[in-house]
Design a protein around this ligand. Structure first.
Ligand code: C2E
Ligand code: CA
Ligand code: CA
Length: 538
C-alpha cells in the first residue's frame, strides 16, 4: 500500500457509512514515520499515523477524514484501532527479533471526553504484552483548551502507568509557555510548519528561545516537519537534534518501516539532562563536549542567566562570551564569578532594572554597565559591557534569560580619548596656529572650528566636502588627487592620515592630519581634521 493521494476525497456521509467496514477489514491502518537523532543518525522512535483506504475512492489523508470522525464520535474507536495496530506490530517485531523503538500514537481530545481512553490503551498494551516504554502518547496543546483539569488528570494517569507523553504541535497555540508549566510532558514536538519560511528571522528567534527554554525544563525536543538539510542543520545549531520529517523519511507502511528498523541503528530518547547545566558542572566547561559545541554554534557571545529572589546566576556562557568579557580568564575562573557581586552598586541597579524590564515587557532590553573582572595577567580590571537581554522562560518566581554581550570598553576608551584630545586640541588651536574641523564620512559634511570661520570666513557647515575648499582656492588644485584619495581611505576605515599641504593662494605649508572615530561596529563615523602651520624655525 503506498502513502499517496486519494482517487477522490470522500464525503462525510461516505466516511461514516464506511466506518464499520473499515475497522473490521483493515481499511484503517497505520503508517510510521521515524524520529531520528540528526547528530548520530540513529532512530529514537516513530510516530504512528492513521490512514483510511477505500476500495474505490483510494487513500484518504487524516485531514480529510479525522474531522468527520471527531464530529461523529468515531475518533475514539479509530484511535484504539491505531493503538491495537501498533501493539500488534510491536509484538510481531519483538517475536521476530526485529529491533524496535518507542512508537507514539495520537490522542484526540475527543478520546477523553466521556471515554475511558487511558484504560483502553492500557488494556490493549497488556493484551499484546508490550513493555510500556514502547508506547508514547501524543497530546496537543489544543486538547487542553477548555479542559485543563481533564488533561492533567489524563496525563497523571498515563504517567502513573509508566507511559511517556509527548506534547504535539507545540508553539502553535497562544499559551504555550503556560501549558508547559502546567502539563509536565516528557517530550516536546515543535512543528516547523507553524513557523514556515522564516527560519532565519523571527521564526528562528522564536524557535531558538523555545529550544533554550525546553533545555531549562529538561525536556527533549523533536523538530517535526523538517524537510531539508538546512532546516535539520539549523535545528541542530540551536540545540535540537531530534528530527522527524520528510528529510529523513516520509511515513512508511509496515514492510518499509521494518526495513528501516533493521538498517538504522537505534538509541534511546535521552532526557537531554546532559544539556542543562549548573554553573559548577565540569562537563559544561569541557571544550570537547557536545553541549559546548552546540552552545557555541549560536552566533555571538551569549549567556544563559537565571534570576530568582534578586539573585542572578550564570547557567552557562559560551566561549565567545568568555572571550568578549573575560579576556584572559579561563572558563574555570569565569565559573567562580558571582554575576551580581562582580558589579558595583550602580551597575547592579542598572542590570537588575534591565532584568525587571525584560520580564515586564517580554522584549529585548539593552543596558550598559561596568563590571570587574580579574585575570591572572592584568589583575583587577573594569570593563564596560553592553548587554542585550531577553527573558526566555519562567517557572514560579524563577526567570531564565538569554543574554548577548558586547565588551565596549575599548570603543568607549577610544571615544573618550578622542573627546579628550579634541578638547585639548581646541584649546591649543587657539594659541597654536592650528585649524580644526570635523568631517562626517558618510554624509561628506564638514564642520570647521570657530577659528576657521573667523580667520578663513568659512561657513558653519560645508556640504559636499572637500569640493568647495578646492573651488575657493583654500586647498590647491595640485593636491586634489591626493586629497580625494584621502577621503576614499577615510571611507574605507583608515585610522590616521597626514601630510604637508600648502594652503591658501599664498601656499603656506600646513601639517594636515586626520584621526578617525568609529561606531560600535567598527565602521568609520567621523574624522577629525587639523591643519597646523609648519613653523620656519622647526
Ligand atoms: P500530526 O500529529 O502533527 O502529524 C504530523 C503530520 O505531518 C503527518 O501528516 C505527517 O505525515 C506530516 N509530516 C511529516 N513530515 C513532514 C514534513 O517534512 N513536511 C510536511 N509538510 N509534513 C510532514 P498526516 O499523517 O497527514 O497527519 C495529519 C494530522 O492528522 C496529524 O498531525 C494528526 O493531528 C492527525 N492524525 C494522524 N493520525 C492520527 C491518529 O491516529 N489519531 C488521531 N486522533 N489523529 C491523527
Ligand atoms: Ca502527532
Ligand atoms: Ca505534530
Amino acid at each position: 500500500m503506498s502513502d499517496t493521494n486519494a482517487e477522490r476525497k470522500m464525503t462525510e456521509r461516505e466516511v461514516i457509512a464506511f466506518f464499520d467496514e473499515a475497522v473490521n477489514y483493515g481499511y484503517i491502518y497505520n503508517v510510521y514515520q521515524p524520529k531520528v537523532n540528526h547528530v548520530t543518525g540513529r532512530m529514537i522512535g516513530a510516530e504512528a499515523l492513521m490512514r483510511l483506504k477505500h476500495p474505490l475512492y483510494g487513500l484518504q489523508m487524516p485531514a480529510d477524514f479525522i474531522p468527520f470522525f471527531e464530529k461523529n464520535d468515531l475518533v475514539f474507536s479509530a484511535d484504539l484501532v491505531v493503538c491495537e495496530n501498533v501493539c500488534k506490530f510491536l509484538r510481531k517485531c519483538i517475536d521476530e527479533g526485529v529491533p524496535v523503538v518507542p512508537i507514539s500514537v495520537n490522542m484526540s481530545r475527543y478520546d477523553v471526553y466521556n471515554h475511558d481512553y487511558v484504560e483502553q490503551v492500557e488494556a490493549i498494551r497488556k493484551e499484546y504484552d508490550i513493555p510500556v516504554k514502547y508506547i508514547h502518547i501524543e497530546i496537543t496543546e489544543t486538547s487542553a483548551i477548555g479542559g485543563m483539569e481533564l488533561m492533567t488528570d489524563v496525563l497523571a494517569k498515563f504517567h502513573e502507568l509508566g507511559y511517556k507523553v509527548e506534547m504535539d504541535d507545540f508553539g502553535s497555540g497562544y499559551s504555550s509557555l503556560n501549558i508547559l508549566k502546567d502539563l509536565n510532558v516528557d517530550v516536546i514536538k515543535l512543528d516547523l510548519n507553524f513557523l514556515s519560511g522564516d527560519i532565519g528571522g523571527r521564526g528562528g528567534a522564536i524557535l531558538s528561545s523555545i529550544v533554550q527554554m525546553t533545555k531549562w525544563l529538561n525536556t527533549p525536543v523533536v523538530a517535526e516537519g523538517v524537510e531539508t538539510r538546512e532546516q535539520a542543520e539549523y535545528m541542530k545549531s540551536i540545540g535540537c537534534n531530534y528530527i522527524q520529517g520528510y528529510y529523513y523519511s516520509k511515513p512508511l507502511d509496515e514492510p518499509d518501516f521494518i526495513s528501516k528498523l533493521n538498517v538504522l541503528d537505534h538509541e534511546p530518547l535521552s532526557s537531554d539532562s546532559e544539556l542543562t547545566y549548573t554553573i559548577k558542572s565540569g562537563r559544561f566547561w569541557d571544550p570537547k563536549s557536545m553541549e559546548t559545541l552546540l552552545f557555541n554554534n549560536m552566533v555571538g557571545p551569549a549567556a544563559i542567566i537565571t534570576y530568582k529572589d534578586g539573585k542572578a546566576e550564570f547557567v552557562r556562557v559560551n566561549e565567545k562570551y568568555i572571550k568578549e568579557i573575560g579576556m584572559n580568564l579561563t572558563a574555570k575562573e569565569m565559573l567562580d564569578i558571582d554575576l551580581l557581586d562582580s558589579l558595583d552598586q550602580d551597575s547592579k541597579a542598572i542590570f537588575k532594572d534591565a532584568l525587571d524590564l525584560a520580564i515586564r515587557t517580554e522584549d529585548e532590553v539593552t543596558c550598559e554597565y561596568r563590571r570587574d573582572i580579574c585575570s591572572k595577567i592584568c589583575g583587577e580590571e573594569k570593563v564596560l559591557i553592553r548587554s542585550y537581554i531577553r527573558m526566555i522562560g519562567q517557572a514560579d518566581d524563577r526567570y531564565l534569560f538569554y543574554g548577548m554581550v558586547r565588551n565596549i570598553t575599548a570603543d568607549r576608551r577610544r571615544y573618550e580619548a578622542l573627546e579628550e584630545s579634541e578638547k585639548k586640541f581646541r584649546i591649543a588651536s587657539e594659541q597654536n596656529n592650528t585649524y580644526a574641523w570635523e568631517y562626517e564620512i558618510s554624509t561628506h559634511r564638514m564642520r570647521p572650528c570657530f577659528r576657521c570661520m573667523r580667520d578663513l570666513g568659512l561657513p558653519e557647515l560645508i556640504e559636499n566636502y572637500p569640493q568647495p575648499v578646492f573651488d575657493s582656492g583654500l586647498f590647491p588644485m595640485d593636491y586634489y588627487d591626493l586629497y580625494m584619495d584621502w577621503m576614499k581611505q577615510l571611507e574605507d576605515g583608515v585610522g590616521e592620515l597626514e601630510a604637508i599641504i600648502p594652503l591658501t593662494s599664498d601656499r603656506i605649508p600646513f601639517h594636515v592630519r586626520y584621526t578617525t572615530e568609529y561606531d560600535e561596529n567598527g565602521r568609520p563615523l567621523k574624522a577629525y581634521g587639523s591643519a597646523t602651520l609648519v613653523e620656519n624655525n622647526r
